[in-house]
Structure formats: structure tokens, C-alpha cells
Design a protein around this ligand. Structure first.
Ligand code: ZN
Ligand code: ZN
Length: 371
């Protein structure tokens, strides 16, 4: 590519006036009217082209970015930004004393993958005692065809020739303070510094594909509804073979037909006939730990609660277990045949609890509104 500044013999930070003067001086020496030498005519063409470019702020900017505004436009063979200059950085170093760009460098093609979330439904017995669950997860995994590089077999990313692999391009802007150099991500390679010319056919250059796999998650005893188990590195693999994120498994506890859970305590309700509550009895109860027998003391009252110690949920972060609370409901018979009614009346009489025979209106102890 043409060295326009060199052709005019001016520095890259030459002012418009210096450029104009340099061109006039050279034109006077090289113009075909005054110089018949064919070499001089060639140089005159080059000098004129250089002046045309450098006197136009937009074209000059292209040159300052390492381009050539006079090369044929996009679609022509080869890149409009050729490498003939030995790199824009070299020019910047030459004119600005090196260290241009701040050394940020290209950003990595590979990036950290994102986390994934999966929900599993667990029975109460599973959250209480813990379990191993096999899961099928579909996440991004490293593409085995290109091992994450994203390139077709036998090829590799090539250095971006717009930014020479730096991932950023620098731009010199003129301001009243003089020249200000700014840099931005290279538009051609999006700041990556390299370009995949032949992407892997399997992953289209992403370096990862979606795949199903099975893994086993350990559900710890005592875990609660809504809690998440973290499986480190089992999430989505990142683009370009980047490290995988984590997989979170959220536990959804199914409702149990008998037991409800409050923290690490379990609750259930057992209904007893009025007579059983009065006389006392033994009631079988099938708990999560197996069959138990509830001892109902004679004279048990409605809404009494029996507590079975350490028959609840194991504490997740401590030893021991919560309790199982059995709420007792006393059922009063709704229909009595004549004989039953007589027996109850005898009982009431014996206990000095006599009351009107009618079940309808009436005052006294039994006269309250019926449910
Ligand atoms: Zn691939
Ligand atoms: Zn680039």
C-alpha cells in the first residue's frame, strides 16, 4: 500500500498547511511540464495521489487507521487494509513514542459459560431422608469435532489483518489540543484479534454444541422446598471452549397426603371417635420412619397435640431431627340410633349433665348454635 506521508515527505502529524506546502514544492520539481524524466512522472502521480488523500480529512483518517482510501472498495481481491505497512502499531510507535493502545490486547474468544437451573420434584420422604437422583440435562458442551476452537478440522483462526491481532484499532483525531489518539474494538474481528475463516461444521464456530447427558445429584437429607443444590462446573460450557458455569438443581417438594412440613417439624392430624378420646386407646400411625403406635390417654381433649420427638426432618446443617406433631381431632357422632341416644342420655344423667330432650331450640349448655 502506498506510503502517502512518505511520498510527500511529511510527518504523520503534519498540518494541512505543511502538506500543501510539501506538495507544491514537489509538484514544481516533478510536474511533466518541467520534468520530462519518466521516473519523475511516476513520482508526480504518486505525490498527487498522496496530496489528494492527505488533504481530504476523511481519506486521511482512513490512512491513519491503516487503510488505503484509493484502493478499490470492498469486494476486491484481498483486504482493503493490506499489511504492507508492517502494522499500524509501528506507525503509532514511530510517531507517538511507542506504547500505543495501552496494551489491552485482544479479548479472548473463549468465555465463561453461564449457569443452568433445573428443577426436580421430590417426595417428602426424599427430602427428609435424602436421595440420589439421576438427572438428564441438556446443556452446551464442548464441541468434540473442534475441541472448542470453533474451526474446521485442520484449520485454525487466522490473525485479523485489520488490527494485526491486537483486537483494537486506533484512530487519530485532530482537536484544538492537537492529535488525540483513541482506540476502539476492531470492527472486523469484534476485538478478538483473530478470524475463523473456516468454521467448524458441527458447532458453526461457537466451539460448543447442545447435548444431553445424565448425572447424579445427591439430595441431602433435610433439604427444603425451593433450596438449590449447586453442581459446580456442570452448567453451560462457554463459547470457544470457555469454562462451564454451574448447574443449580432446585428442589420442589411434593405435597404429602398425610404430613405437612413446617421447617424441620412435621404435622399431621388424627381423627378419633369421641368415645376413644374419652376412654383412651392405641392408634396405629404410619410415619415416614415406619409404623408407630399412638397412645391416646383417656380423657384426651379436642385439638390436643401429641409430639413424637425426633420423628421430623433431619436438620440440614446440624445433627438431630425435628419433631412430628400429631393434632388430634375428636369426632362427635352426627347420627345416633335410639339405643345409642339412650346410652348417651344415661351417661349424661350419670354425670349430672341432664338437658332437654329436644335437639332444636333450647338454652343451657347444649343449646348453642349447631354447626
Ligand atoms: Zn466445533
Ligand atoms: Zn481485528
Amino acid at each position: 500500500m502506498a506510503d502517502y506521508y512518505g511520498a510527500l515527505g511529511v510527518a504523520q502529524d503534519a498540518t494541512d498547511d505543511e502538506i500543501k506546502k510539501a506538495y507544491r514544492k514537489l509538484a514544481r520539481q516533478l510536474h511533466p511540464d518541467v520534468n520530462a524524466d519518466p521516473a519523475a512522472q511516476e513520482r508526480f502521480k504518486a505525490v498527487t495521489a498522496a496530496y489528494e488523500v492527505l488533504s481530504d480529512p476523511q481519506k486521511r483518517q482512513v490512512v491513519d487507521l491503516g487503510g488505503d482510501p484509493l484502493s478499490s472498495g470492498p469486494g476486491s481481491a484481498g483486504s482493503p487494509f493490506s499489511q504492507g505497512f508492517g502494522g499500524l502499531g509501528d506507525i503509532m510507535d514511530a510517531f507517538f513514542g511507542g506504547g500505543s493502545g495501552g496494551g489491552r490486547g485482544p479479548r479472548s474468544r473463549s468465555r465463561q459459560g453461564s449457569d443452568a437451573l433445573l428443577r426436580i420434584e421430590c417426595e417428602l420422604a426424599e427430602t427428609v431422608f435424602g436421595t440420589d437422583r439421576e438427572l438428564t440435562v441438556e446443556t452446551a458442551v464442548v464441541c468434540s469435532t473442534c475441541t472448542g476452537e470453533g474451526t474446521a478440522r485442520g484449520t485454525h483462526p487466522t490473525v485479523c489483518d485489520t488490527c494485526q491481532g491486537r483486537g483494537e484499532v486506533q484512530q487519530v483525531q485532530r482537536s484544538f489540543l492537537g492529535q488525540v489518539m483513541t482506540s476502539r474494538a476492531c470492527p472486523r474481528c469484534s476485538g478478538l484479534g483473530s478470524i475463523i475463516e473456516h468454521p467448524c461444521g458441527e458447532c458453526s464456530g461457537d466451539g460448543r454444541v447442545r447435548a444431553r447427558r445424565t448425572l447424579t445429584v445427591k439430595v441431602p437429607a433435610g433439604i427444603e422446598h425451593g433450596m438449590r443444590i449447586r453442581l459446580s462446573g456442570e452448567g453451560e460450557v462457554g463459547p470457544g471452549g470457555g469454562p462451564a458455569g454451574d448447574l443449580y438443581v432446585e428442589v420442589v417438594e411434593r405435597e404429602h397426603p398425610v404430613f405437612s412440613r413446617e421447617g424441620d417439624d412435621l404435622h399431621c392430624t388424627v381423627t378419633l371417635p369421641m368415645t376413644a378420646a374419652a376412654l383412651g386407646t392405641h392408634v396405629p400411625l404410619s410415619t415416614l420412619d415406619g409404623d408407630e403406635t399412638l397412645d391416646i390417654a383417656p380423657g384426651t381433649q379436642p385439638d390436643e397435640v401429641l409430639t413424637l420427638r425426633a420423628r421430623g426432618v433431619p436438620h440440614l446443617r446440624a445433627t438431630g431431627r425435628g419433631d412430628l406433631h400429631v393434632h388430634l381431632r375428636i369426632e362427635v357422632p352426627t347420627r345416633l340410633d335410639t339405643k345409642q341416644e339412650d346410652l348417651l342420655r344415661d351417661l349424661a344423667r350419670l354425670r349430672g349433665e341432664e338437658h332437654p330432650a329436644s335437639s332444636g331450640k333450647g338454652g343451657g349448655l347444649f343449646g348453642r348454635r349447631r354447626r
